[in-house]
Design a protein around this ligand. Sequence first.
Ligand code: IMP
Length: 193
Amino acid sequence: MKSLVFATNNKKKLREIREIIGNKFEVLSLEDINCHEEIPETCDTIEGNALQKAHYIKDKFGMDCFADDTGLEVAALNGEPGVYSARYAGENVTPEQNIDKLLSKMEGVKNRSAKFRTVIAFIHGDVEKEFEGQVSGSITTERHGEGGFGYDKVFQPENSDLTFAEMTSEAKNKISHRGNATKLFVDYLNDEL
Ligand code: IMP
């Protein structure tokens, strides 16, 4: 079986991709390959960071690798928080603090359009590929729901009355940015490798 490294230790992401990929590929985490260092994410784009993480592993460990990066892009804020979504309110903040900052910046703003964007960068041999998934929606004026993570409580996808935090994870994965990027990536794996 061919092995691929997923440059993450996020257990939820690992479980999800392993379920989708099935038996054809073995997906290894950073822990599995004994990579315990912090991988730099110093680019100012989502694409750049995904590629930087995948390159880091490919260059250092010589293994085929993929990495993902996601951002929430709010139209009225010129695409903020974007690549800085995890640390919008500062370094080492909670998701709730990020949401507080977002809601206060959006106070009184009429155009509440936003989208989540995920890029998966994959390096195998000397081939470099990117797969992008998006979901459009809007930022609610208050928190709704208890599920999910990150900005889920204030993101309502298009054609839905519920925020991501009010949906089951299955319902969210079917339409989500990460779900869409993952589908493209898995199709590529099945067709090309
Ligand atoms: P990452 O690149 O997957 O680590 O995502 C960066 C940041 O984007 C996270 O820390 C969250 O704040 C936000 N984010 C990513 N995916 C989601 C999602 O599915 N729902 C809500 N927030 C998310």
